[in-house]
Write a protein that binds this ligand. Sequence first.
Ligand code: DGP
Length: 141
Amino acid sequence: MPSYDPNNIFAKILRGELPCHKVYEDDKVLAFLDIMPRAPGHTLVLPKAAARNLLDVEADDLAAVATAAQKIAKASMAVFNAEGVTLQQFNEGAGGQVVFHLHIHVIPRKAGVPMKPPATEKEKPEVLSDQALRLSAVLKA
Ligand code: DGP
């Protein structure tokens, strides 16, 4: 497996070099909205530590990411009136991974509404700002 590339786009977001619509942060985890959501509220949950994917992440960072993903899944049920939540996590190109810093997708779902295909359409920044505000408010409560 290739080594971790510190210039991947999520590493730049983690260092504050690129913006994001943040929904949650703690000492080990950052979560922000996907700019090409497969459904409203589609969130990416990342370890702050450098990890390419599930295959090289330290166990404590993985545990922190999983715990945060659960919190965000529960909050997104309320904020987006969801009836379910899909979690996705891809490893290496062959496994569907495009950005090589570990992330879990948390995607609120409604019955009978299919997810959009991956990375098809950029959401408007004002829509993402509003969603991030509402989700982060519930997560802070
Ligand atoms: P994957 O590596 O296959 O799990 O997919 C990467 C996801 O990251 C995809 O859903 C689109 C999203 N994405 C790509 N570039 C950016 C970005 O600059 N900002 C944000 N918030 N999401 C991004």
